[in-house]
Design a protein around this ligand. Structure first.
Ligand code: PAF
Length: 296
């Protein structure tokens, strides 16, 4: 562990599975409920909002910080992904994290893994089309983290909507005794969804990126009227993003909120999902649209 990180008084930072297990054993023996916030670091308010929710619901909060190589394809941003560990630990301290688990790649993968966790169907849509090996890396590392931390609750952002759906399904199918809590996306005042990758954007690119949330909000308003032709709303969202200079659209879809299958008619639980590249930065955003909650 870098010296400047080990010098910080709180929270405790551990880098080995053995140390982590020892701390968890003590917390469990003390009857404490364990909340886990898995992250890849470069923490922002989206992450700390997850920690805040965990802090409210659990007596012992663990944040994991690990840039997981197996969820990046060759040519993606694994090498350049930001790793400001000292600042991350400080943010964890500020938000009352009890334990930070920041393992090395060798600690997590001492030998190349030949065992994987794969959620079919859900993981082959949308992000799965554009990043075919991504979710296998995510589910495998999160399964490993759940086995290591053994949390009662785990906290994920709705910003990665497909990811949290897949992780819920993994827990259901494989009987992980973990309750997944999906927490609201945090946005900057201008609407841009917070992401560790936003720091790659130049100010001009950032202006271009705003078209994504603008388009999603406009589509949401139309769906909320309950009378719109979904295919038409989707087509217009798609066209508006396709015509945005400097933005290369991967997808703009309105889907069933549970299965992520495309829909053409309004229904109670929908989600609008967009992925696009602005310059060399790939951004995703989404907004669940619930007409049932409007009625209640
Ligand atoms: O959402 C993320 O930051 C990562 O995909 C996760 C869940 C920490 C797994 O590496």
């Amino acid at each position: 562990m870098p010296e400047e990180v080990s010098e910080l008084s709180s929270p405790v930072v551990v880098t080995t599975i053995a140390e982590l297990r020892e701390r968890i054993r003590e917390a469990k023996q003390a009857g404490q409920k364990i909340g886990c916030v898995p992250t890849m670091g470069a923490l922002h308010v989206g992450h700390t909002s997850l920690v805040d929710q965990a802090r409210q619901e659990c007596e012992f909060v663990v944040a994991t910080i690990f840039v997981n190589p197996t969820q990046f394809a060759p040519g993606e941003d694994y090498e350049k992904y930001p790793r400001p560990l000292k600042a991350d630990v400080q943010k964890c301290a500020d938000h009352g994290v009890d334990l930070v688990f920041a393992p090395s790649t060798e600690e997590m993968y001492p030998k190349p893994g030949i065992t994987f966790v794969e959620v079919e169907e859900l993981a082959t849509r949308l992000e799965g089309v554009h990043r075919p090996s991504h979710f296998r890396g995510v589910t495998t590392v999160v399964a490993k983290l759940f086995n290591i931390v053994q949390p009662d609750f785990a906290y994920f952002g709705l910003k990665d909507y497909q990811q949290q759906l897949i992780l819920r399904r993994m827990c259901d199918d494989l009987d992980f005794p973990v309750t997944i809590q999906s927490c609201p996306t945090v946005r900057d005042e201008d609407g841009l969804a917070l992401s560790s990758r936003n720091q790659y954007l130049s100010s001009e690119e950032r202006q271009t990126a705003l078209a994504i949330s603008r388009g999603i909000f406009a589509a949401t308003d139309r769906l909320r009227s309950g009378k719109e032709d979904v295919a038409q709303v989707q087509q217009e969202l798609h066209a508006s993003l396709e015509s945005e200079k400097g933005l290369a659209l991967d997808y703009a879809v309105i889907a069933d909120a549970h299965t992520l299958e495309s829909i053409t008619q309004v229904q109670a639980e929908m989600v609008i999902l967009v992925a696009a590249r602005v310059g060399s930065t790939r951004l995703i955003d989404n907004l669940p649209v619930s007409l049932s909650s409007l009625e209640s």
